[in-house]
Ligand binder design. Structure first.
Ligand SMILES: Cc1ncc(COP(=O)(O)O)c(C=O)c1O
Length: 410
């Protein structure tokens, strides 16, 4: 970004207390960022500052502390909006990606009729799969599934035969949490526009890797989680255009989502508060605001190059490892730093346990994407997911540990 400070990987890593502390007296090579990333000091400071100087409920009382709390909460919304290049009042705070997608399924989805169609893909995280199955069972819609290619991408060539006049929504991962494949959004939007369908992107694995221009993507809904992008747990967002949000019914009723309540009826508050019933996760929102401010001061051209260089090193190492098979794109084109692989004859949990002995934190299992595991005929994969604070020592430890795991488990 213009005005950003130069990207210095060591200086970035030094801002993460848990990474600096290590684990049980040894180094920590944290490569499970796809599950949850670590917190920089700036986010910890912002949350402690909020709790120790401005803690109060938001959007209610008029005393100074409550006004400071409301300013912090609404300020975070504006910062997150800047990260996505959208207006602040189009950001709805949720508890994460899952709750954002469920909000769409329960609110926008309730307007669908039996026989209407929702299109997802075979590589979706359960968070973007199960809510649509539930909608199918509730509303009698048809759930259609785009296949995946051999290298673990959504097979967009199937769009033309899958999308029909009955399609109301195409809901896809922006980046796969298993294969790391980045979805080419333009053909999805083009297919949706021909039939007047909406497009939802699950951005959980994209938002940690730099600012976005959501209007430029031409999509309708974007969902993501704070804890995967250097923010706290328990907070995430749904973005949609204001007119679309205004046309959707609220999901939950309660305090702060109303304009007036009488015994007979309730009038909703405006967007976004219409969708934020009850006391929200205030400190978490403030923390996520700090996380995006922190992300926005980085030079993302260099940060992405750093992430991709490390990704290439992991792919090269796996290419040399006998019995290893990458489940995902073999090159860097259209891929994020999420690398899944299989080690012949070895259970992913055993691989992860051995790697833990090397101080390497990985994830092994089905990654909440069981339909994809079935497709590739595996019970699970081992996954290394990188963030901008990872370094060559992390990759060295991973590759050394994998050599040992392969020798032991073969
Ligand atoms: C692609 C994708 N979608 C959805 C989710 C669910 O996110 P959360 O558990 O934060 O709601 C995840 C989490 O791993 C994910 O990777």
């Amino acid at each position: 970004m213009s005005g950003a400070t130069a990207f210095d990987p060591a200086a970035v890593r030094a801002q993460f207390p848990l990474l600096m502390r290590g684990l049980d007296g040894g180094p920590l090579h944290y490569l499970d960022n796809g599950a949850t990333s670590q917190l920089p000091q700036a986010v910890l400071d912002a949350m402690i500052r909020f709790e120790t100087t401005s803690r109060a409920n938001v959007l209610r009382s008029v005393h100074r502390l409550a006004e400071a709390a409301t300013d912090a909460y609404e300020g975070a919304r504006l910062d997150i909006a800047r990260y996505l290049n959208v207006p602040g009042d189009e950001i709805i705070f949720t508890s994460g990606t899952t709750s954002a997608i469920n909000l769409v399924a329960r609110s926008f989805g309730e307007g669908m009729q039996p026989g209407d169609e929702v299109v997802v893909s075979l590589l979706e995280h359960h968070g973007n799969f199960v809510p649509w199955q539930m909608l199918r069972d509730r509303r009698g819609i048809t759930l259609k599934i785009l296949p995946v290619t051999d290298e673990g991408r959504i097979d967009l060539s199937a769009l033309t035969r899958t999308v029909t006049k009955r399609t109301k929504l195409i809901a896809l991962a922006h980046v796969s949490n298993v294969t790391g494949a980045v979805t080419d959004v333009a053909p999805v939007v083009a297919a949706a526009r021909t039939v007047g369908a909406r497009v939802l992107l699950d951005g959980a694995q994209r938002t940690p890797h730099g600012p976005l221009d959501l209007p430029g993507l031409g999509i309708d809904f974007y969902a993501f989680s704070g804890h995967k992008m250097f923010g706290p747990t328990g907070i995430g967002c749904l973005w949609a255009k204001k007119e679309l949000l205004a046309s959707m019914p609220p999901l939950m009723g309660g305090g702060e989502m109303i304009r007036t309540v009488t015994v007979e009826r309730t009038e909703w508050a405006d967007v976004p508060h219409k969708f934020e019933a009850g006391t929200p996760p205030i400190a978490q929102a403030v923390g996520l605001g700090a996380a995006v401010r922190w992300l926005m001061q980085l030079d993302w051209t260099s940060a992405s190059a750093h992430e991709m260089r490390l990704t290439q090193r992991v792919l090269d190492g796996l290419g040399r490892l006998k019995g290893a098979r990458v489940i995902g794109p073999s090159g860097l084109q259209g891929r994020a730093p999420v690398i899944s692989f299989e080690l012949a004859g070895a259970h992913p949990h055993d691989v992860c346990q051995i790697l833990d002995g090397f101080g390497v934190a990985l994830r092994g299992g089905h990654h909440c994407a069981q339909p994809l595991m079935d497709h590739f005929g595996v019970a699970g994969t081992t996954r290394a997911s990188l963030a901008l604070y990872n370094n060559d020592a992390d990759v060295d430890a991973l590759l050394t540990g994998l050599d040992a795991a392969a020798a032991k488990l073969r």
